[in-house]
Ligand binder design. Structure first.
Ligand code: HEC
Ligand code: HEC
Length: 260
């Protein structure tokens, strides 16, 4: 099954499960009448336990153990080397730029207080960061400092990614995604931001077999520029309207964006 399809199915299944669970507690309440005061152990905004907060709010998409999950596996030591607490807090509070990662802060319409988000951020770092492992490693910066060179990014893809994700033709189209599935499929790209692609390219997905930036090309860690450019090239495959394969009439979206 192509990668994007499996990603989407897992994602949909998680969402459906959440709806069923919400629905069933609602039904129970209807049958049993309103909650009595002594049944209420703790106000939801008073919960400060990492396992409860992470388990109820994050695990469905990021994995109970932070791995083997549809969205980025948070159990990834390299991630805590590139992303500081403020960055992780900001994503958790306000969601992501593409809208696939929900906002959790009460300020942004979510249900978690700032303190609760801090508990989650600190708890993830405590469990999953391994600072000793990163000593002496020149990690690329978390964020890109420029938009990137799409055409050079195509060369990086050919050298560093094509062996697993499929060779791109002269128009940038990947007709036969390799064993690791397509990462140029517009449906997949509509579910992830450029930062999300960058994070995975740097930190890898050890749970799924996606190498980190040191191991795409044996003996040649990807540079900041190579990472920025390959993300720009992947991003150029995004369609304004995923699902409509030919929104621009002539040529591919990649040709339109690169002016080729
Ligand atoms: C409905 C699924 C879903 C839930 C629930 C969810 N996330 Fe996410 N999260 C995502 C997706 C998808 C992305 C990637 C989004 C992107 O790149 O646009 C993401 C991205 C992130 C990132 C950014 C990773 C990076 O690239 O730096 C952080 C941090 C994060 N989530 C933390 C959390 C925390 C903490 C919770 C619980 C409070 C949570 N998420 C709940 C789907 C979810
Ligand atoms: C040695 C093989 C290999 C190489 C080389 C490789 N990947 Fe992957 N990649 C994988 C595997 C395996 C997966 C997981 C696929 C799955 O589980 O469906 C993956 C998944 C991904 C994902 C999706 C992960 C997610 O959870 O959304 C992205 C993005 C990605 N790779 C980017 C890249 C980029 C960019 C390059 C080149 C710089 C690259 N990969 C090189 C094997 C590879």
């Amino acid at each position: 099954m192509p990668f994007a399809a499996s990603f989407w199915k897992q994602f949909a299944a998680t969402a459906a499960l959440a709806t069923v669970m919400l629905g069933s507690t609602g039904c129970q309440r209807l049958l049993m009448g309103p909650a009595k005061i002594h049944e209420v152990e703790e106000r939801p905004d008073q919960v400060k336990d990492f396992a409860v907060l992470y388990g109820e709010n994050c695990a469905g998409c990021h994995g109970v153990e932070g791995k083997n999950s549809p969205a980025f596996g948070m159990n990834n030591p390299l991630y805590y080397g590139i992303a500081d607490d403020a960055t992780i807090h900001n994503w958790s509070a306000n969601g992501g730029p593409g809208g696939q990662m929900p906002a959790f802060s009460t300020m942004a319409g979510g249900l978690l207080t700032d303190d609760q988000i801090n508990v989650i951020v600190k708890g993830m770092r405590q469990r999953w960061a391994k600072p000793a492992m990163l000593v002496g490693m020149a990690l690329p910066p978390y964020a890109a400092s420029h938009p990137g060179d799409v055409s050079h990014g195509g060369q990086v893809y050919a050298q560093a990614c094509a062996s697993c994700h499929g060779v791109a033709d002269a128009n940038g189209a990947v007709m036969h995604p390799g064993k690791a599935g397509s990462i140029t499929d517009p449906t997949y790209l509509s579910l992830i931001s450029n930062q999300g692609l960058r994070t995975i390219t740097i930190a890898g997905r050890p749970d799924l077999g996606q190498p980190d930036y040191r191991n795409d090309i044996p003996g040649h860690p990807l540079s900041d520029t190579e990472i920025t450019d390959v993300v720009a090239w992947l991003s150029a495959h995004r369609l304004p309207e995923p699902g409509n394969p030919h929104p621009t009439g002539n040529g591919t979206e990649l040709q339109r964006r690169t002016g080729q």
